[in-house]
Design a protein around this ligand. Sequence first.
Ligand SMILES: *Cc1c(COP(=O)(O)O)cnc(C)c1O
Length: 482
Amino acid sequence: MIEKIKELEALSRILSPSGEQKEKWNSRVLQYSDSFLKDIEKDKAYYHSEEKGRGIYEFDISEEPTELTRLITAVENNIDNAGINPASGGHMGYIPGGGLYPSALGDYMAAISNRYAGVFFAAPGAVRLENMLLRWMCRLMGFPENSAGNLTSGGSIANLIAIVTAREAQGLKARDFENAVIYLSEQAHHSLHKAIRIAGLSEAHLRYIPMDENLRLSATALEKAMIKDKESGLIPFFINASIGTTNTGAVDPVNSIADIAEKYGLWFHIDAAYGGFFKLVPGLKEKFKGVERADSITLDPHKSLFLPFGTGAVLVKNKEALLKVHHYLADYMQDTHTENEEISPADISPELTKHFRGMRLWLPLKLFGLKPFRAALEEKIYLARYFHQEIQKIEGFEVGPEPELSVAMFRYVPDDETRANDFNRRLLEEIRKDGRVFLSSTNINDTYWIRVAILIYRTHLDKIELLLEIIKGKLIELRSSV
Ligand SMILES: *Cc1c(COP(=O)(O)O)cnc(C)c1O
């Protein structure tokens, strides 16, 4: 048996590379990242590709090892050159992210030490660091220090945790589900609908509340709807407001909504996945008035803190409610529950073993300090307003509401207005084919709008000027082709 063990050991020891090997790999990976970032200011935001990365299938898993250089080339040829380039400042579609360099270093450190950040007993320092970040978010949102929060993989899971917590906290039983009412606007994010279904609440009534002309949920209409539902014997239990709708960046009147939630005893959730960290901008106090009155808030550091994808957050004021839903004591983990100085992430989320996400958030925030984050967010707001102002100067363009945050909408209205939707669809297609900037679109009441969502820290004035120039050029081309 010893012989067999030794034989296997010789093979498995390959998994711990030598110093020399590590050095080679490190320098090859750094070469990749340097070359990726070298021309990022000029690189395309969208790569139109016929192949769509198909070549990656040649690198399926096999018994024998493959050289790192071949693998990196495969990444460059199949992954980096197809589709959206989310690191580019020209990416202004959907809600863009970015990816901060120190976050990559934080991920690297977290993967090397592989701290078990799900449980306080196992990684007390790591859990303290993550909870400290969450307490900072709580302070930022005006939540009391004894609230709880979790670093999730994104806003979708944050919304899911919020709705499940609300369901239990409001005492809903299965027999109540078909009478439960959830209030939201048509502009609420679709991850909420997913969360409602996963939470077993698909039989609940979804009450879509009318919006004002700027697509903000109307608090007056909300109260009316709720009174009516109560009179019909239904069970109003959850209100969702958005701080920054994904479509248009509209900010719902959270303070007035909080009044209603309080008066009628509903769970008040704010989905601030897109807009939450704009609270760092001093001039936006009024828009955020009342956030501290929510029961739960979803934030997405991989949006408005420019982190690489994979980090969201949920904050819940009532810690006990959050624990009640997610806490579980397994026999095999009984010795992990002796110390309770800090809440363990595993006790307040569906996850047990998880990535030590805190590092990718803490490292950039500490290395840069908050100042450049505040400045970058304020800059994005001004860029959106600037675009909104300048596009109106080009004849034939119509705009959506003045951007509340960093999303602007526009469309071209040709002489024959019935062709507007079609024309704008083609305009967007042409912009994408060009690829230097990337935009997306939306439909509001059957009208097709092109959206500009500015949220990459690398997006500066020169990109907005470039965008305006591209739009002008494409417009001339399209008009001469009809
Ligand atoms: C992006 C977004 C979500 C979903 O977050 P993910 O991080 O993509 O899971 C939820 N709500 C709003 C308002 C969003 O913009």
